[in-house]
Design a protein around this ligand. Structure first.
Ligand SMILES: [Cu+2]
Length: 187
């Protein structure tokens, strides 16, 4: 446990997470894949379960999902970037009347102290805007996340099927979502 001295003095829950992280790292070392990306540590944040979804050729956008567990103080995901797209936006889904719509979070996504925030289909997500190539099932997309406190961290997202639910979440068809002018830009 010498690697995890920074957890000393914290809760048993933190220790349990540290153990699961250690297991994730050893999985990475052996090169085995369990269909889940390894957890990545960035300061007090643990990022896990990263996945994306395969897209059709010429699809203008794609989604990115992961779980962010915060063992420290308040933080905020302020921006994201990736080589696979022109830019990456941080989106939320919200009901407007009877219609579920997605929109960019201009101030980023708060990651409150001690909480776990899930980016998942039908909820918060990363949006690859202006995809340069199709996202292909089985490949890995690296996304760089910038946090106010934890700084910059690169997280791998495993590309699943077009309707991949990742850690067991619902279906969201980005093709039916309105991304307005971005779709026109890419055509
Ligand atoms: Cu979106």
């Amino acid at each position: 446990m010498t690697k995890f001295h920074f957890f000393s003095g914290r809760t048993a829950q933190a220790a349990a997470i540290a153990v699961s992280v250690a297991m994730g790292l050893s999985t990475a070392a052996t090169g085995q894949s369990h269909g889940d990306m390894e957890a990545v540590l960035a300061g007090d944040l643990m990022l896990s379960g990263g996945f994306s979804r395969a897209t059709l050729p010429n699809a203008p956008v794609g989604g990115g999902f992961l779980t962010i567990a915060n063992q420290g103080g308040d933080d905020r995901l302020v921006s994201a970037s990736a080589d696979v797209s022109e830019r990456v936006e941080i989106h939320e889904m919200a009901m407007e009347g009877d219609v579920m719509k997605m929109r960019e979070l201009p101030d980023g996504l708060p990651i409150p102290a001690g909480e776990t925030v899930e980016l998942k289909p039908g909820s918060y997500h990363l949006m690859f805007m202006g995809l340069k190539d199709a996202l292909v099932e089985g490949e890995t997309v690296e996304v760089t996340l910038e946090f106010e406190q934890a700084g910059e961290v690169v997280v791998p997202l495993l590309v699943g099927a077009p309707n991949a639910k990742g850690a067991g979440h619902g279906h969201m068809d980005h093709g039916k979502m309105n991304h307005g002018d971005m779709q026109k830009d890419s055509n």
